[in-house]
Design a binder for this molecule. Structure first.
Ligand SMILES: N[C@@H](CCC(=O)N[C@@H](CS)C(=O)NCC(=O)O)C(=O)O
Length: 209
C-alpha cells in the first residue's frame, strides 16, 4: 500500500519526500499551504493528526507524526540499506544521535531566531542572547562535520536528511555563507543529490534550497 505524505509547503516535511525519493518507495503527496498571514498550517491538517503539524504520513492504516519517527519507520520499511545506521557501533550511535539532535536541540534556537526576527524592535533585547545560543550549536556542528564527510560517517545516510532542515534554516536566518565553510559545503553537496531535486519537484514551494 502506497504511503501518503501530508506535506506542508516550505517546511520540515520536505525531508520526508527527500528520503522517499532516496529510498525509491512509492508515495503520494497531499499538499497544504500555509496561512499567508500567520504562516501556520491550515486547520485541515488537524483532521489528520490532533497537533495539526507536518510531516504526517499514512501507511497501512497508521498515522505517523514526528520527522525522526517517520524516518526510522521508512528506513525499517526499506529494510535498512545504505541510509540506515552504519554497521560500526560509533557510526550507528552518531546516526541515532543526529536523528534526535536535529529536532530536539538544534531546531529550538533556530525557531527562537525566527520568532525574534519577526518581532522587529520588540525582539532586539533578546537578539544577542539568541544569536549566541544558536551560534554555539552552529560551531559545534561545523566542528563535527569537519571530522567526517557526512553526519554519521564517510557515507551519506538518513542522519544527513534529518539535519538538512535546521541547517538550511540556519543558513537563511543566521547568514552563514562565507562564515561556516564546512556546513555550506555540506549543504551544496546535499542539494546536488538527484533525489533532493526530485523531492523539490514533488513538494512545491520550499524557500530553503
Ligand atoms: N518536531 C516536529 C515538528 C513539527 C512541526 O513543527 N512542523 C511545522 C513545519 S516546519 C509545522 O507544521 N508548522 C505549522 C504550524 O505550526 O501550524 C517534527 O519534526 O515533525
Amino acid at each position: 500500500m502506497a504511503i501518503i505524505v501530508h506535506h506542508l509547503e516550505n517546511s520540515r516535511s520536505q525531508r520526508v519526500l527527500w528520503l522517499l525519493e532516496e529510498l525509491g518507495l512509492p508515495y503520494t503527496v497531499t499538499r497544504y499551504e500555509r496561512d499567508r498571514k500567520t504562516m501556520l498550517a491550515p486547520p485541515e491538517l488537524r483532521k489528520i493528526h490532533p497537533l495539526g503539524k507536518s510531516p504526517v504520513i499514512e501507511h497501512q492504516g497508521r498515522i505517523i507524526a514526528e520527522t525522526a519517527t517517520i524516518i526510522e519507520y521508512l528506513i525499517a520499511l526499506a529494510k535498512g540499506g545504505p541510509l540506515g545506521p552504519p554497521e560500526d557501533s560509533d557510526g550507528a550511535l552518531r546516526w541515532r544521535y543526529f536523528l534526535d539532535y536535529a529536532e530536539g536541540s538544534l531546531m529550538p534556537p533556530m525557531l527562537l531566531a525566527l520568532v525574534i526576527g519577526k518581532m522587529g524592535p520588540f525582539g532586539w533585547p533578546a537578539r544577542s542572547f539568541v544569536t549566541k545560543f544558536a551560534m554555539t550549536h552552529i560551531d559545534y556542528v561545523e566542528a563535527e562535520l569537519s571530522q567526517r564527510a557526512w553526519f554519521a560517517g564517510p557515507e551519506f545516510t538518513a542522519a544527513d536528511i534529518m539535519m538538512s532542515f535546521p541547517l538550511e534554516a540556519a543558513r537563511a536566518r543566521l547568514k552563514l555563507d562565507g562564515k561556516r565553510p564546512t556546513i555550506i559545503d555540506w549543504l551544496t553537496r546535499i542539494h546536488a543529490r538527484p533525489a533532493y531535486q526530485a523531492a523539490l519537484a514533488k513538494g512545491g514551494p520550499y524557500a530553503y534550497a
